[in-house]
Design a protein around this ligand. Structure first.
Ligand code: MG
Ligand code: ZN
Length: 215
């Protein structure tokens, strides 16, 4: 098998909807530590279930600098996500991946004190997910409640939408550079974004899937 065949065998195939966690799926609580504090925002689980049914790969990308700041452990973040998945399951919703940046350049915990490529607005979490889940970033969306979410999405090559929940309520959207952020929509909340972008009806493109499978 030649090297060329090996590199062309796995082409990015699936389109994703990347979601920020705090203020988009669950209630924004500054530095949430307790898994029992995970609270779904109204309509968010139903919106994720609709994305699942439409065939989108649904991936959470979340900055959790509380780990670097010594406010809670990475294990606690894992427990929050177990709780989140349990809550979503009750609505027939599931996440295909959860990617976490635990870093901060000025964190207290040495192991996580660094300038990294994964803390949004950097696109590292999305790029890591794309590599591992074989995603087509140019066919994917990033939905967040902060401009830094949109920056990360745009830097990864996705189109973006801002929701007015969480920190989104306070964002001055007039000041946003819509073109640079590849911002297509400002929505009231996640379900509103999914509805207005037509994501529940639209089957994502699955180009190159056959080639990938055949190899
Ligand atoms: Mg957020
Ligand atoms: Zn990071």
């Amino acid at each position: 098998m030649s090297g060329v065949a090996a590199t062309t065998r796995h082409r990015p195939a699936r389109a994703a909807v990347f979601l920020d966690r705090d203020g988009v799926i669950i209630a924004e609580r500054q530095y949430l530590a307790d898994p029992q504090g995970v609270e779904l925002l109204p309509g968010a689980a139903e919106a994720i279930a609709a994305l699942n049914r439409a065939g989108w790969v649904v991936v959470v990308v979340t900055n959790q600098s509380g780990v670097a700041r010594g406010l809670f452990s990475l294990e606690a973040v894992g427990q929050q996500h177990a709780r989140l998945c349990e809550l979503l399951e009750g609505y027939g919703a599931r996440l295909d991946g959860i990617y976490v940046c635990p870093h901060h350049p000025e964190g207290e915990v040495a192991a996580y004190r660094q300038v990294c490529g994964c803390r949004k607005p950097a696109p590292g979490l999305l790029q890591q997910a794309a590599a591992e889940l074989e995603l087509d970033l140019s066919a994917s969306w990033m939905i967040g409640d902060k401009p830094s979410d949109l920056q990360a999405g745009a830097a990864a090559g996705c189109r973006t939408a801002l929701v007015r929940t969480g920190h989104g309520a306070g964002v001055d959207t007039v000041a946003l550079d819509r073109q640079a952020l590849r911002l297509e929509l400002v929505a009231a909340h996640l379900a509103d974004a999914v509805a207005k972008l037509g994501l529940a009806e639209r089957r994502p493109s699955l180009r190159c899937m056959a080639a990938g499978r055949a190899a």
